[in-house]
Design a protein around this ligand. Structure first.
Ligand code: SF4
Ligand code: SF4
Length: 350
């Protein structure tokens, strides 16, 4: 596992050009240079030189990041910021009491026992056996609350697919954001073993799982289920006219499927929201560590989505669904759901 000192060259590569400020949603809201990569690299380079120690203030600023990766895509020095911030966080919390508690709760023994208990109450679903082989990475949220999983299986029953399920662990995103890199490596190795094999696609209905799998190995042919559906020659027919809008999760690599998919939905009008691809502001641990900032960002997102006048708000990540709900707190709002649940609502698929 890497140490902060292994990233010295990357940290020193930061030219302090400030281009990351133009795209960082947290900087845009706070105007605080420590909230964006440039400021964090100034602090971390001080740590590497021995002028500073990793401390509570630096941890606070490391946590003031939604790990959207927008600064990385924009950075002329091509620095992988998220990996560096996660490593610094991990080094800071490793000997702290709450770091030890987090590691205990997230350990294979405890974490999987909790998921195992929930699974025990679930009814097994009929198997899909068809020509195209889809390996399904289910994700923890579906283990607990399988609404989008059930919707996906309902939709896929209309297609000639075999849906293969394996005993995957959590994708690891929650472990990364809490600085538990050992546990992340453990689940990554476990999942990578199970991902080996010949499949037409590895599919998910969760953008965070999708990005985690791509980070394991960029060669994995992992796509959101909608990418598969849009390539098929079927229509989704809705008896009543519906207006929908979509929030693109930061972790969804591409939303190119969106317009072609809605073109296959009869009686559905897609209304693009302002800033539809900007972060919802929830981002797991970010919401817990920065509740005021998170609330301001989710409120802005909810307002933009509501302004479209859509009957239904769609997205592709369970954390974003929670974020959008948070943004509407105390207000009436349209239905909010995973896009696959919306496809399963079609009156006919043919
Ligand atoms: S864009 Fe990259 S090089 Fe420029 S200040 Fe930000 S992190 Fe540093
Ligand atoms: S990952 Fe996103 S939130 Fe974090 S510093 Fe970069 S742009 Fe800002």
């Amino acid at each position: 596992m890497k140490k902060l000192s292994d990233f010295a060259d990357d940290i020193n590569k930061c030219s302090k050009c400030g281009k990351c400020q133009e795209v960082c949603p947290v900087y845009k809201l706070t105007g605080n240079d420590c909230a964006v990569s440039r400021g964090k690299f100034v602090m971390l380079s001080g740590v590497l030189k021995g002028d500073l120690k990793l401390n509570k203030t630096i941890e606070k600023y490391l946590d003031m990041c939604i790990k959207c990766g927008k600064c990385k895509d924009f950075c002329p020095s091509d620095i992988d910021v998220c990996e560096i911030f996660n490593t610094a966080k991990s080094e800071y919390i490793k000997d702290k009491f709450y770091g030890k508690i987090t590691r205990f709760i997230q350990s294979r023994k405890i974490f999987n026992k909790i998921l195992g208990l929930v699974k025990w109450f679930r009814k097994s679903k009929p198997q899909l056996k068809g020509q195209t082989k889809l390996l399904y990475f289910k994700g923890c949220v579906n283990e607990i609350y399988p609404k989008s999983e059930n919707a996906m299986k309902k939709v896929l029953a209309h297609f000639d697919v075999e849906l293969i399920e394996k005993n995957f662990e959590c994708c690891g995103v929650p472990f990364l954001s809490s600085g538990n890199l050992e546990r992340y490596e453990e689940v990554k190795q476990h999942n990578m073993e199970l991902l080996k094999g010949q499949y037409d696609y590895i599919i998910t209905d969760c953008a965070s799982c999708e990005s985690a799998l791509k980070n394991y190995d960029a060669n994995f042919n992992v796509v959101n289920i909608c990418h598969y559906l849009v390539l098929q020659n079927k229509k989704f027919i809705y008896n009543k006219p519906l207006k929908v809008t979509f929030h693109k999760p930061c972790h969804l690599k591409s939303s190119a499927f969106l317009r072609p998919l809605f073109a296959k939905c009869e009686n559905v009008e897609y209304l693009e929201a302002q800033g539809y691809d900007e972060c919802c502001g929830f981002a797991g641990e970010f919401a817990i560590r920065n509740p005021k900032l998170s609330f301001a960002m989710t409120r802005q997102k909810a307002d933009n989505l509501a302004k479209t006048g859509a009957d239904i708000i769609l997205t592709a990540c369970p954390a974003c669904i929670m974020g959008i709900h948070q943004g509407f707190l105390g207000k009436r709002h349209p239905k909010i759901m995973n896009i696959i649940e919306f496809l399963a609502m079609a009156d006919e698929i043919k």
